[in-house]
Design a protein around this ligand. Structure first.
Ligand code: AMP
Ligand code: MG
Length: 481
């Protein structure tokens, strides 16, 4: 078996990537293989597992594979870096999903590239497995995301805040085009390539239902990316997910969650919650994510302005009109999500206040975000006051009045189908990673299995649904993993 790879987008945009050679790690060993995903991509899992350590460990790629590193720029914590690029990743090429849509196959942790700057080009095995666990959990939760195909242990150690085994993640994405890709071309003033990128990104990721001819293609792209991104972040908010490093280079054009670094799920409700040690100002806190995604989309708009119209007086108001529509789209996305979380059918003018009040009360009580919504459904099913002792009785009265005419058992079932019981809780992820560092991958495999079916109770696995004893307060994640 060989890898049926092609170089689609990278071939069509030759100025946006450079050839690179993955490092051949000394003793690569396959530790995880995502067999259902392999099958969906037309790969034979048995044949793949025979070769995965050599291919994904970079040691011996098939002759026809010509790996490349993408160039991109990015606003990191608000500051522009004009040249970032894949400093430790290699695009192997494109595979086809069974529905005929292409995906990028990329190795992360595959060694130095021309974009590495002072970095070592490597990834720690625990960070590789973290991305594997959390991205697959997000997929099972129905969140658009890049996916993990395989994890390899390299046989080398890497130096981080501690010395750990090295790893490589083989991941797939609808593409690795980012807001930072557009910014890179804008900085280069390469308007021809920028125009081509706009067309290719619309071909690849679609218009999100917009009429492609209704506006300038760059503005159609802005609105399509914007809609996907604001809906994505609304889903993150619903799940208590904190991405942790929402720089424009980590913001995909596809609308998939991209670049899992210091991310984690919030346990005790707290809009100011951050997990990343480097995010001292709380820029990427849970409750700030909706504002930040709009900020990132404003950077995308700026980068596209020169091809919309050479005269900024003409281009700016046109982009501004799109951004204003995206703000409205975001309000709708959040409120629709909260209606689903609360089992509300139809739309009433008081829904916003009902949702906002609940968030405020859960915040005051530092209640477990995930657990609270499962408890609400359980209370409804049993005709008990909602979250007694955590929130006040008047909220319960308003919620019940809003549910008037709805069958409580059916409503509770719909809530449970939308609000997960199992999320990648930090203490579970950390315990699995600690075991993996020590060579025992069984806890990681079990955790992945539990998280693949997040909405239904799994008998005997109650511990996986329980919050951390301290509400997860003590958990910190390390950047530059
Ligand atoms: P990230 O914060 O992981 O999205 O990475 C930001 C930038 O730093 C990207 O250009 C990465 O390719 C680069 N980078 C991150 N870690 C490393 C590393 N260990 N070696 C080289 N480049 C890296
Ligand atoms: Mg990144």
């Amino acid at each position: 078996m060989s890898l049926p790879l092609q170089l689609g987008l990278a071939d069509a945009l030759p100025d946006l990537s450079v050839p690179t050679r993955p490092t051949a790690w000394p003793d690569p060993e396959l530790v995880l293989l995502n067999e259902p995903l392999a099958a969906e991509l037309g790969l034979d899992a048995a044949a793949l597992s025979d070769n995965a350590a050599r291919w994904f460990g970079g040691g011996a790629l098939p002759e026809h594979v010509q790996p490349r590193a993408w160039a991109y720029a990015g606003h990191q914590f608000g500051h522009l870096t004009p040249r970032l690029g894949d400093g430790r990743a290699a695009l192997l090429g494109e595979l086809m999903r069974s529905d005929g849509t292409p995906v990028d196959l990329q190795l992360k942790g595959s060694g130095r590239t021309v974009f590495s700057r002072r970095g070592d080009g490597r990834a720690a095995l625990d960070s590789v497995l973290r991305e594997y666990i959390i991205s697959e959990a997000m997929h099972a939760l129905g969140v658009p995301t890049t996916r993990a195909l395989a994890a390899v242990r390299t046989g080398e150690t890497v130096q981080r805040y501690r010395t750990t085994p090295g790893g490589v993640l083989a991941r797939v994405a609808s593409s690795h085009l980012r807001v930072g890709t557009v910014e890179y071309l804008a900085i280069q003033e390469d308007h021809d390539t920028l125009r081509r990128l706009v067309g290719l990104a619309l071909d690849r990721h679609g218009t999100d239902g917009l009429d492609r001819d209704a506006d300038h293609p760059a503005l159609v792209l802005l609105e399509a990316v914007g809609r996907r991104q604001v809906r994505l972040v609304a889903r993150w908010m619903e799940l208590g997910f904190v991405h942790g490093i929402m720089n424009t280079d980590n913001t995909s054009l596809s609308g998939e969650t991209l670049d899992y670094g210091p991310c984690a799920f919030m346990e005790a409700t707290d809009p100011d919650k951050v997990f990343s040690l480097v995010d001292e100002g709380g820029r990427y806190a849970w409750g700030r994510q909706p504002r930040i995604v709009l900020w990132n989309l404003a950077r995308l708009a700026e980068a596209l302005l020169p091809i919309v119209d050479p005269d900024p007086q003409v281009a700016i108001p046109r982009a501004q009109a799109v951004l204003e529509r995206l703000i409205a789209h975001q309000e709708t996305a959040w409120l629709d999500g909260m209606r689903r979380k609360l089992g509300l059918q139809g739309v009433t003018a008081t829904d916003q206040a009902l949702a906002d009040d609940l968030v405020a009360q859960l915040t005051r009580a530092r209640a477990d975000w995930t657990d609270s919504f499962r408890s609400l459904a359980e209370d409804l099913r049993h005709g008990r006051p909602a979250l007694a002792g955590t929130i006040d009785g008047s909220w319960n009265t308003r919620w019940r009045a809003r549910l008037e005419g709805q069958d409580p058992v059916a409503t509770a079932a719909r809530m449970d189908a939308h609000n997960p019981l199992y999320i990648p809780r930090n203490h579970l992820v950390e315990a699995a990673l600690d075991a993996a560092i020590g060579g025992d991958f069984a806890p990681t495999r079990t955790l992945i299995e539990v998280l693949s079916d997040p909405f239904r109770a799994q008998p005997g696995r109650e511990a996986y649904a329980r919050p951390a004893p301290d509400g997860g307060q003590g958990h910190w994640t390390h950047c530059n993993t």
